[in-house]
Structure formats: structure tokens, C-alpha cells
Design a binder for this molecule. Sequence first.
Ligand code: AMP
Length: 194
Amino acid sequence: MKKLFLIIGAPGSGKTTDAELIAAKHENITHYSTGDMFRAEVASGSERGALIDSFVSKGNLVPIEIVIETIVTAIKNAPTPIVVIDGYPRSSEQMTELDTYLNTEKEVELVSVIEVQVSKEVACQRVLGRAADAQVVREDDNVEVFNNRMKLFTDPLAAIQAFYVNKALLKQIDGERTIEVIVDEMDAFIQSKI
Ligand code: AMP
């Protein structure tokens, strides 16, 4: 039986960094970021990567068939009993598809959906700050693409929150504090659930 945690949050919420730090602390946790998996596919130079890039570079959602296949493969191949995926779901459709998958796959249990909450202003400062940092180059970290990514994050959020509140699976965490404090809270929460 695999225990699955999902982490959602606006661009710049820090969800990938938080999850990476938590996974690094525990041998029984594997972390995947949908954005990182897509960027790796783009970097591989494959035809599929080129298709993915046509969405990621504009801040648009990658087509659902690709996203579902990517996360299901990641869950199945994860070498540990605890799997943390950040960046999913990003639409009501993705949420419903995952629900259908979980209803048929009895070896995977969704334990919680953690939402890292930041204001639009903080998200924007962090993403554009990241763009100014020569160490991190992401083609989608510019104002225009950021606004699109933010809108695509915000539009389905209420429906996603309501769906998981109804299942008593939603955990909201204040993402405007220091990384250490956020990671400590998220880590303690995950540990309390496994
Ligand atoms: P992130 O690293 O989470 O900011 O994601 C970067 C980009 O990858 C997004 O702007 C989308 O283009 C794509 N992406 C990541 N996760 C998903 C998803 N669950 N569904 C569709 N596209 C995604």
C-alpha cells in the first residue's frame, strides 16, 4: 500500500522546495514535482518534450492525458511507501481523474492534499525574484506568463478546495513564513498521518 500526499500552491508558493526538503529528511518518502518532471522531459529533447514545452513555456496546462500518465507512472515506480507529488491537481478535471484512478487502484491511498497558501503579491515577488537570480533560469518566470499561471491556479481553486474539504483531506499551510517553519509544520503533519 502506498500513501500519497499531494501539494498544491500558487507559482512561487515554495511547494517544490518544501517537498524536496522533507523528502531529503526521510528515506521512506519519494517526492515528485509535476513541473520538474515536465521540464526534464523538455530537456531530454524528445518529441513529447517539445509538445510539453509548447504548453509550459506559455504557462498553460499540459494536456490531461500526459499529466495523468506522468503522475500514475511516478506513483507506481516510486521506490518508497510514501509518495509526495507537488503540482497536482491543477484543474477540476485532473481532480476527478485522480479520484477515478484511486477508486480502482486499491494499493494507493490519498492521505492528504496540502495547500501552501501565499498571496498573489508574495507569489509574484518570489517568481520574479527567482527570474532575476541567474542561478535559476525558467523560461516561464516572466510577468506575462506568471499572470497566466496565477489565473490558471486561482480559477479552479475553490472547486478543488471544496472537493477535498468534503473528503476531510484538505490541509492548509501558511506559505508566507520562513522555509524552515513551513517545512517543519508540513513535515510534522505528514509524519502524523503515516
Ligand atoms: P510548476 O513547476 O509547478 O510551476 O509547473 C510549471 C509548469 O508545468 C506549469 O505552468 C504547467 O505548464 C506545467 N504543469 C505542472 N503541473 C501541471 C499539471 N498538474 N497539469 C498541467 N500542467 C502542469
